[in-house]
Design a protein around this ligand. Structure first.
Ligand SMILES: Cc1ncc(COP(=O)(O)O)c(C=O)c1O
Length: 401
């Protein structure tokens, strides 16, 4: 056992979800341990999108004429399946688009601040930086130490990461952007108590919930944030690109769509959803993702995935000799620290990902971090313990080399 955070041996799910792996078209020659980056679309959902595309091509005029009502119905169906209010909710392509809409809709005065954290997704932080520069505002990055563990009850506590974020809020802070689950480190930051505390300080909150739909219950964060956006194409099994943007009561009228379309006069959500003639079949097929999840049993999937991710992390520590990083309850991904000097730059991190793919036949995520990069594994219903075992043993050899 490596010094630092102590990991308990993690028991495996009593029995993997029978038949779940056969729902995917993944290459069996590869260990797909990176569901978190792009998701994987189950075969029945792919088939539904293909059926919709065929329908579109049989009579494009007829198909496009029915689209507004069908998109609204898809949005409502997805919201209901995920247990959130369909009001003030729009379908968008992805979080990259959603954060741009949100940032564009908030005016900032010179000298005001946008806060992000050093675990924020790169593009989200860059979009915030661009918006701040346009307005003469300032982007400030709150440091969240990698080794800082979560409080025992994160849904009622304001210490840990929440305490550091709150301490960073000052009189000039106008916008705070927080991850529901961070990309490089798989940690939960935007908890309900933190969002409530930020609301009482009058700051505009944006929650990057890219990983939340399908992985975690979405309440109460959706209703507590001014802007909340989550991908459906990662953990909710929807075709790419599909995401949700939820806005608080004060924002519906003030949303500025990125694209000016025929639907502009109708306001939110139609004005955000419509971008002229596009392929909207991913959105129409999206309800099939949460519906499949409901058939598999969201709780069962969640428990399976989190336990397998923790088991994978334990193997990387025990057999791979890597340092564990704290995890967050309910999250289907875990991270470990690579040795100093490994993957500390973008180029080195990309190199390690490519080497692991070539030599070990596994897909993983690695983010550069000073003092040793961060390696993230994901777990999904198609994964098996043996895949993490092979990665752990193989990595130990690779890193020695
Ligand atoms: C936390 C987080 N935010 C945003 C994104 C961007 O998602 P997309 O490329 O679908 O816009 C990702 C993608 O991995 C992510 O992990």
């Amino acid at each position: 056992m490596t010094a630092g955070l102590l990991l308990e041996p993690v028991e495996l799910p009593p029995e993997p979800i029978v038949g779940a792996a056969a729902l995917f078209a993944l290459d069996p020659a590869v260990a797909h341990l990176n569901h978190g980056s792009y998701g994987a679309v189950p075969l029945p959902v792919q088939a539904e999108q293909q059926r919709l595309r065929a329908e579109q091509e049989r009579d494009p005029d007829g198909f496009f004429g029915t689209l507004p009502a069908r998109v609204a119905a898809a949005r409502t169906a997805v919201a209901r399946a995920l247990g959130i209010d369909p009001v003030r909710l729009a379908l968008v392509n992805n979080v990259t688009e959603a954060v741009a809409v949100a940032l564009d809709s908030v005016s900032l005065a010179p000298g005001e601040e946008i806060l992000v954290t050093d675990h924020s997704y790169g593009v989200v932080a860059r979009a915030a930086e661009r918006r701040a520069a346009e307005c003469g505002a300032v982007l400030r990055t709150v440091r969240l130490p990698l080794e800082l563990a979560e409080p025992p009850d994160p849904q009622s506590a304001l210490d840990g990461f929440a305490g550091l974020v709150l301490a960073a809020v000052g009189p000039r802070t106008r916008v705070v952007i927080l991850d529901r689950v961070t990309s490089p480190t798989a940690r939960a930051v935007a908890t309900g108590p933190l969002l409530s505390a930020l609301a009482t300080r009058g700051v505009v909150t944006m929650v990057d919930a890219a990983h939340a739909p399908g992985m975690l219950p979405l309440a109460p964060e959706v209703a507590l944030a001014d802007f909340w956006f989550g991908n459906l194409h990662k953990w909710a099994f929807a075709p790419r690109p599909t995401a949700l943007l939820a806005v608080g009561p004060a924002w519906g009228e003030r949303i500025r769509p990125l694209t000016y379309s025929w639907e502009h006069e109708r306001g939110f959500p139609a004005a955000v959803e419509w971008r002229g003639t596009c392929d909207y079949t991913a959105w129409l097929a999206a309800p099939g993702g949460p519906a499949l999840l409901a058939r598999l049993g969201p709780e069962r999937v969640r428990e399976h995935n989190e336990r397998l991710a923790r088991h994978g992390q334990w193997l990387l520590v025990e057999r791979g000799g890597l340092r564990p990083l704290p995890g967050s309850v309910g999250v289907s991904m875990r991270a470990v620290r690579l040795p100093a000097g490994v993957a500390e730059t973008e180029e080195a991190a990309r190199g390690l990902v490519a080497t692991v793919r070539q030599r070990l036949g596994a897909r993983i995520a690695v983010r550069p971090w000073a003092g040793g990069g961060v390696l993230r594994i994901s777990a999904q219903v198609y994964n098996r313990a043996a895949e993490y075992q092979a990665l752990a043993t193989g990595l130990a050899g690779l890193l020695k080399g």
